[in-house]
Design a binder for this molecule. Structure first.
Ligand code: SAM
Length: 215
């Protein structure tokens, strides 16, 4: 994601009713924040937020939280939500490194990772959101029997992610190296901003679905 410092973006986040900039105090209380008992789906690294916003619009009985590190990127999603005012959509500005401090054990029903930053240098592999280090964090916050869905056009990152899932013993219950030509997995697919951009350049999209590991 190209970063542009948008003047005032931070201030908008501090004041916006849909954004949590100090989310740690809400650990274990997200259902109460939404005011219902619906399942909670999160997208980590939501970027400008088209995917999560469209999901929230289509599925009013599911609560969605989009997580993004940078205010300047999150801004677009927040502006859209200011217009739509979807009751089942909230945003957290945070680094996913701290995810266990924000969600309680098994508080999350599903995790989406879309076009996560590849961190191509080996010494940065631990920062990849599909690394075994992050899978260990997801194992804490995701409910038992829950799923992780990951999409990317970056083949080296996808290969790394498949290996990491195997190493961490997360069953891969679905996998494709060409999502848009896979009738079953592509059904109901909601494209992200990056997905639209890279697939229009001819890049095939890879996707896997992981299931919470059995004990
Ligand atoms: N998911 C969007 C899409 O598919 O269009 C955006 C993809 S963009 C390549 C990756 C996004 O993840 C960026 O906006 C980046 O700031 C965010 N991100 C990367 N690492 C993150 C982290 N550790 N915590 C939160 N957000 C992160």
């Amino acid at each position: 994601m190209r970063l542009r410092n948008v003047p005032g973006a931070r201030d908008v986040m501090e004041e916006n009713p849909y954004v949590y900039t100090e989310p740690k105090g809400f650990k274990g209380r997200w259902k109460a924040e939404f005011g219902n008992d619906h399942p909670l789906y999160i997208e980590i690294g939501m970027g400008k937020g088209r995917f999560i916003t469209e999901n929230a619009r289509l599925h009013p009985d599911i609560n969605y939280i989009g997580i993004e590190k940078f205010s300047s990127v999150l801004l677009r999603g927040v502006q859209k939500q200011n217009e739509l005012e979807l009751p089942n959509l909230k945003f957290i500005r945070m680094d996913a490194e701290e995810i266990e401090e924000v969600f309680d054990s098994h508080e999350v029903d599903k995790i989406f990772l879309n076009f996560s930053d590849p961190w191509p240098k080996d010494r940065h592999a631990k920062r990849r959101l599909t690394s075994t280090r992050f899978l260990a964090r997801y194992k804490v916050i995701l409910k038992k029997g829950g799923f992780i869905e990951f999409k990317t056009d970056n083949r080296p990152l996808f290969d790394f992610s498949v290996e990491s899932a195997k190493e961490a013993q997360w069953p891969i219950v679905a996998c494709t190296y060409d999502l848009h030509n896979d009738a079953a997995l592509n059904e109901g697919n909601i494209m992200t901003e990056y997905e639209e951009r890279f697939s229009s350049m001819g890049n095939p999209i890879c996707k896997y679905i992981l299931k919470y590991p059995e004990d």
